[in-house]
Write a protein of this length. Structure first.
Length: 134
């Protein structure tokens, strides 16, 4: 199945960010792999346009959040394993649906994020959510 063309995705993302007032100092990105995700996002929306629209600048990753939680709890091991799947296993979250698809990965990341950060479902669901059409 072929996905949407990049111009359609760009238009939808710009509309979503502007509609929900997602801008620097009011929002940030949470992702699994910021070095990959930021490059990928910048291929859709040019960094100059991101600056012009005052898009969020900070990209936080799940592994760093988990690391800081482990340090705070005094549970730092010498064998550091911070993949999303291992973080899920650590908290008893079911594994990501296979085969891997971006949508499944995002849903799984959100479930991991809620537990690592300590949010319950109702707190996370208060904010805007981007729900791509099937």
């Amino acid at each position: 199945k072929k996905g949407k063309d990049i111009l359609t995705v760009k238009k939808e993302l710009l509309n979503f960010f502007l509609t929900h007032n997602l801008e620097r100092k009011k929002a940030l990105f949470i992702c699994q792999n910021p070095s990959f995700d930021r490059i990928f996002f910048s291929k859709i929306i040019d960094p100059d346009l991101q600056e012009e629209k005052n898009f969020p600048y900070n990209w936080l990753d799940l592994a760093s959040m988990q690391w800081s939680r482990l340090v705070r709890e005094g549970n730092v091991a010498t064998d550091i394993q911070l993949s999303k799947d291992l973080i899920a296993e650590y908290y008893g979250i079911p594994p990501e649906q296979k085969p891997h698809r971006a949508r499944n990965g995002v849903r799984h990341l959100i479930e991991c994020y809620k537990i690592v950060v300590g949010f319950n479902c109702s707190e996370v669901e208060k904010g805007p959510s981007f729900q791509p059409k099937s």
